[in-house]
Design a protein around this ligand. Sequence first.
Ligand code: MN
Length: 216
Amino acid sequence: MTSCPSSPDPVFIPIAGDGKFPVRRIYCVGRNYADHVTEMGGDPKSSAPLFFTKSRETVVKNGREIPFPTMTNNLHYEGELVAAIGADGGVFGYACGLDMTRRDLQAAAKAKGKAWDMAKNFDHSAPIGALTRVSDFSLRDAKLQTMLNGETVQEAPLADMIWSVAEIIQTLSDYVTLYPGDIIMTGTPAGVGRVKSGDTVKIAITGLETLTIRYA
Ligand code: MN
């Protein structure tokens, strides 16, 4: 007789300084920087925020080497600001994150009006750095920068986001009840591109722990 599996281990993100943050659900925002919407062939002002999800088991901690994913010939990095929901329902803290994307599968799904899950929610698809408490971080004047093998490939002020973190939380809350432990990947600016086996991807946001991962 097949035995019942045990529950998976809880997933934590380290908190800068001290402690760990238990991850509940991961929500992601599509199309939140005008220049990235344009590079993907869309109209920035045409629609409300687009949401999709990743499983918490996709989280990868800072500094890890990641196996190159299966089923893709066009893996893309998307450097993003991550917001984490705290016990009071407000933002607990922020971190650097990567919304890794099988762009070829996403393009095929988009063309056929099919779901994005296998393009977005796959093993090791959510590298996230340590959370900095909201009291220790200022969004104002902060800049996001993604580097591929040391070369800057994405660079944008967080002020370029079409929807602010507060607006994202407000809109997302119309669809689901947000709980402490939920985290939100807030979208990527222009400059997304291909990652190959052996590449190092780094994302830096002013005032947050820089996130670095390497593909085996
Ligand atoms: Mn994204």
